[in-house]
Design a protein around this ligand. Structure first.
Ligand SMILES: Cc1ncc(COP(=O)(O)O)c(C=O)c1O
Length: 393
């Protein structure tokens, strides 16, 4: 049937959106390329699977599927309160933390306002802003690819319509972070700008993986700075990316505003139950954290052997400089490895055309994917070449 053209009126700021491109799914890769063995290290997921306690809670919750979810997320907030000591009145739930990012921009910005972040910051900030006709101001990265908080503060200072700052700590896709000292002095400066009315959103999606002692505990910053909003997710260490559970912590008046515009049932019955149960799964978190530390060390060594520089990362992924290490663009390495069954993540949409993001997998997945990358590099590392460290690490 021939479709008729509609004269749809789409605002320019919507028309110009470049949609988010997720990591390529395993099933799609198998279908398109006709290959069976596919390893996905492209979406910073937990390779160990979901928290077993969460999975048990999901099975139990199946009997309640005919009921609407608890819109107040009472049990989940109680579990967060037990876990972190945070008052339930300071928590907003989200369909993934991405939902909370969207809520924040919708609640506190109008078309023409601006959010401020960094180049190569997690891309959802920019997309959520653009959807609302809100501008994104991005400070350049420091030479060692970290957020330049001084430059971010300057952008806020200069633009009276800057309403909100987004700092991912650590950031995805760079894996780099801002230290306690840097963040505290930035937040102090922000309290001086426009009476401290500019919110600073600290995205702690990877907090449970962090090993650096000087990466600040978000609970400390929340106590000290009333304008801080902290984002947390169950998608990473708890292994619940497919369920979509996240939350934000902020001052009660911030939360009350977000709750006004939130879809009442933004978390379903299964997600609510799984999130609450996952928080008590300390053994799983420990196992996932240890596996990540080992997997990270495996990739660091592997990339050093290939003479591919990388950024030291505080997340469950790392960013490899394939342009310097292999003389190729990230998207070309991605396509070549995809054909051999290893899905990595090209990051040209972050302005990082020469880089490739690698999520940490299981030991077997890491071995297979490194073999694929090694073949693509054209280097014969088994021949006993001495590793050369890149200048970044
Ligand atoms: C820094 C950062 N924030 C937030 C998210 C969104 O996570 P989710 O919506 O699954 O909670 C991600 C996902 O990759 C991320 O890397």
């Amino acid at each position: 049937m021939e479709s008729k053209t509609m004269n749809l009126v789409v605002p320019d700021y919507i028309r110009s959106i470049i949609p988010y491109v997720p990591g390529k799914p395993i099933g799609e890769t198998q279908r398109e390329l006709g290959i069976r063995k596919v390893v996905k290290l492209a979406s910073n997921e937990n390779p160990l699977g979901p928290s077993p306690r969460a999975a048990a809670a999901v099975r139990k919750a199946l009997k309640d599927l005919h009921r609407y979810p608890d819109a107040s997320a009472y049990e989940l907030k109680l579990a967060i309160n037990r876990h972190l000591g945070i008052d339930p009145g300071r928590i907003v739930t989200g369909n993934g933390s991405n939902d909370v990012i969207d809520l924040l921009v919708r609640a506190f910005c109008q078309p023409g306002d601006a959010i401020v972040t960094s180049q190569a910051a997690f891309i959802a900030y920019r997309i959520c802003a653009q959807i609302q006709g809100v501008r994104s101001l991005e400070a350049p990265l420091t030479p060692d690819m970290r957020f330049d908080l001084g430059a971010i503060a300057e952008l806020v200072r200069r633009d009276p319509k800057a309403r909100m700052v987004f700092v991912a700590n650590p950031n995805n896709p760079t894996g780099t972070y801002s230290s306690r000292e840097e963040l505290r002095s930035f937040l102090k400066e922000m309290t001086q700008i426009r009476g401290g009315s500019v919110l600073t959103v600290l995205d702690y999606a990877y907090w449970e993986y962090v090993t650096a002692a000087d990466l600040p505990d978000p609970a400390e910053l929340l106590k000290e700075f009333p304008q801080v909003v902290v984002l947390r997710t169950f998608s990473k260490i708890y292994g619940l990316a497919g369920l979509r559970v996240g939350y934000g912590v902020a001052a009660p008046e911030v939360i009350a505003t977000l709750d006004k515009i939130r879809q009442p049932f933004n978390l379903n019955v299964i997600a609510l139950a799984a999130g609450a149960a996952a928080l008590s799964d300390k053994a799983f978190v420990k196992r996932a954290r240890e596996a990540n530390i080992q997997g990270m060390a495996f990739w660091e060594k592997g990339l050093e052997r290939l003479s591919v520089p990388y950024l030291p990362s505080q997340g469950n992924f790392l960013l490899a400089d394939v342009r310097r290490g292999m003389g190729k663009r990230g998207s070309d390495v991605y396509v070549a490895c995809l054909k051999k069954g290893a899905i990595f993540r090209p990051v040209a949409n972050y302005g990082l055309d020469g880089w490739l993001r690698i999520s940490i997998g299981t030991a077997a997945e890491n071995r297979f994917a490194l073999e694929v990358l090694t073949a693509e590099s054209g280097r014969n590392v088994k021949a006993g070449r001495s590793p050369r460290k890149g200048s970044i690490r």
